[in-house]
Design a protein around this ligand. Structure first.
Ligand code: GLP
Length: 241
């Protein structure tokens, strides 16, 4: 049974998730993190950076692997997850260069995805995987229909996902049609998973993920088979639960 923690506001969630990460890095500085992007994580990283600046823990022995990245964006593109991670976390903490990895999106993408899986394995696997959730129940960029045993790979984005993420792109730019993402199988191998969901727009996805029978129609429902999942959400997202 997933552990649901319901908070009164987005700010309270951000505080709680940042505290959770800071406590983990304090107790286990060599934690292998799986990190997520999206609007949900912006205030979480801001509070994590504030805690880091206040002292008491470090990222110097940690490593992180990001879930996903768009294919086809030039380096430094403001909507790329690389730029997001730099701006919101990596530029502000002592995570060693090269220890904050994203799946490769240039050259032979299939080979890069396999190398990414191998890199996760050579770090001993992911200890704590952070996840947001898409309105359609996607995790990472595993859209509905993704097999529960899928691995890191290139995927087509759902039209609704491209629409939902349009606001992250400069006006007039199109959201790339494809991305690379850790697979659902990759995600399920993490020792622990924390999923964060805020707002009424996520209520249906949470309901389908955790209250209904698991099905590839709702990728997040794969998490029902994982023994250690904690969900941080507000009462709006928890609505249907
Ligand atoms: C994006 C990301 C997901 C993220 C989700 C929700 O497309 N690929 O990893 O969890 O959509 O994003 P937001 O937090 O902005 O709602």
């Amino acid at each position: 049974k997933p552990d649901f923690r319901v908070f009164p506001s987005p700010a309270a969630i951000a505080d709680a998730v940042a505290a959770y990460l800071a406590e983990r890095l304090t107790a286990q500085p060599a934690t292998r993190l799986g990190l997520a992007t999206g609007n949900t994580f912006v205030p979480i990283y801001a509070r994590l950076v504030a805690r880091y600046r206040a002292g008491g823990f470090s990222f110097v022995r940690a490593a992180s692997f990001n879930l996903d990245e768009y294919v086809g964006l030039p380096a430094g593109h403001p909507a790329s997850f690389r730029a997001y991670m730099q701006a919101h976390l990596f530029d502000h903490v002592d995570l060693p260069a090269g220890k904050g990895a994203l799946p490769g999106v240039e050259g032979d993408i299939e080979a890069a995805c396999q190398a990414y899986e191998a890199a996760i394995g050579s770090e001993g696997g992911i200890d704590l995987q952070m996840l947001g959730i898409g309105r359609n129940g996607h995790i990472g960029f595993n859209e509905p229909g993704s097999p529960f045993d899928s691995r890191t790979r290139q995927v087509d984005l759902a039209p609704s996902t491209r629409e939902a993420n349009k606001g992250d792109f400069p006006a007039g730019e199109v959201v790339p049609p494809t991305a690379v993402t850790m697979g659902i199988g990759t995600i399920l191998e993490a020792r622990e998973i924390v999923l964060v969901a805020i707002g009424a727009a996520k209520a249906e996805a949470l309901d389908r993920a955790f209250r209904q029978e698991a099905s590839p129609d709702c990728p997040a429902s794969a998490l029902q088979s994982h023994g250690r999942v904690t969900i941080f959400c507000d009462s709006e997202a928890a609505g249907a639960l």
